[in-house]
Design a protein. Sequence first.
Length: 258
Amino acid sequence: MPSDNLPGAVRLFGLDILPLSFEQSTDLLVHAAATKGPKVVVTTNVDHVVRLDRDPELKALYASADYTFADGMPVVWASRLLGTPLPERVTGADLFVALCRHSVTSGQRVFVLGGRPGQERLLQDRYAKRFPGMDVVVCCPPMNFDPAGSEAEAIVKTIRACQPDFIFVCLGFEKQERWALRHVRRLDSGVIVCVGAAQEFALGLKRRAPRWMQNSGLEWLWRLTSDPVHLWRRYLLQAPVFLWLLLQEWRTHRRSYA
């Protein structure tokens, strides 16, 4: 799908989210990778919405991404409640797998930024088994990786030398978005997709929720029960904040149509 054929974005929580199906989104990114000029992709969920509301500087940076998709089902439900429905969720985890599979058949090159330090060889072996024939380079940054620091500069140089078509950034929100959006204009081409834990799911390092839970909007519950120590705050404390933001959004939409 060429960029000039894109439908109008849905304005939601101060972000312009593309109302595309998963298949249309994948086609868009495949086409973007084949054109000149780098692009950045972000996938919005409840965690993003809540944390962006607290940080105007980060929100402005995040909103500058070329393509924004709705990752979380609550975001899709919110769009329907407000009368500007998005067709379905487009997750970073699903985009990662679809674009990796495409790169195998197309011969496009992939660069992955993410993983525990020193895991490059392990991850390369996993990619060879999961996506045989894929041309992939893996870079695992240090644990205290600074998206604006010297390591970030070195990674930009490595990517420029590799000339990948797809650059997957698996550092988690907000580090991955800060790195991608700070450095995208220094690259010649390629689609940078911020995908969080997608690499771990795709390579079997973490189990993802069953498909029925994903489709019913319960993937958050799976992740919470899988790692309650790290995720309880995100899912249990942010839900009321998201509902408050949704109420504010509803009031804004009602005034605009009054």
